[in-house]
Design a protein around this ligand. Sequence first.
Ligand code: ATP
Length: 362
Amino acid sequence: MSTIEVKKITKKFGDFVAVRDADLTVAAGEVVCLLGPSGCGKTTTLRMIAGLERATAGDIVIAGRRMNELPPEKRDIAMVFQFYALYPALTVGQNIAMPLHYEKLAKTDADKRVRKVAEILHLTDVLDRMPGQVSEGEKQRVAVARAIVRDPNCFLFDEPLSRLDVELRHSMRGQIKEVLSGLSKATVIVTHDQLEALTMADRIAIMRDGLIEQVGTPHEVFARPANVFVASFIGTPQMNLIEAELTGFADGKAEVVLAGNAVALRTDPAVGRLAAGKVTVGIRPRAFATTPAASHDTIPAQAELIEPMGAETLIHARTAAGGDIRVVVPRGQRVKIGEALHLRPDPRQTHVFDGAGKAVRA
Ligand code: ATP
């Protein structure tokens, strides 16, 4: 079975801990994206799986076999790097066939395999061209073709699309996802681009400062972020994270002093078990209804800056406490600068994080 198990791995460079106690299991046929800001330890984790970096502690198990001491070539992994290099003096077809030379495959069998992957990646028409005669997107697909032409245990991709322009990235995301979904291999993709992770991954592992903060499906990490960091990292425009004082809980509503106002917000019932004190209330910009009048469950704010975003409009509003709240409304809803807004958060999308920044949920 093509699976990857990362068991409590830690990587230290001298005293610096680049990855700490990382746990991750990737099932056969599953695509997991390692996502996080620069320097959080994504590439180091990937390199430990590949055998390019030795783990300081913990185990790497691939296809059921502990691999810690094995060099990269013995792990039977196919890797696609950000800076893939094609052999400029070989044709596209010869480039794709390269890994098969080491397998000592008969030429007819090798040709058959090359033609098959070329077909999957829509490269059949350019097999006889030199790398200098194909587009960037085609070059990227050649790099992927070269990885899948063998039948490795699993695939590792390190920022595979970062060199492509926006439009090409968009189409390649879908294409790579489609190719991978037909291969039943465990795949890990490193990216710092959340859109890439949300569209390509079956599950996303979000990292910060060497720690895996949450592992979940794209829907889970968006709808049920485990902590303030994940909430702030996933979703555009960014979730509003408002510091508040929890004063009580009654009738399914959290009583909070938020942005200078006392409001009662319907939230997860687990908030009722929380002691009074500092919390962070998280509300996505698209999770507000704007109401004509103030009420006990609305947050008053004044529109300060209006940014048209096409089908929607982003409003930056100022609260009574002087903080900024981002609100997204449909394009048809006219809001003027200076207008008083009464914002009612959608209770199903109101997140409460405790004093340590951890989501409070039943
Ligand atoms: P990016 O998106 O910028 O590539 P990343 O999340 O992949 O970031 P890593 O490359 O895994 O981050 O690096 C994690 C941390 O470990 C960084 O602070 C980096 O400077 C440090 N680091 C990586 N390799 C080494 C090394 N060989 N020696 C010392 N420190 C290193």
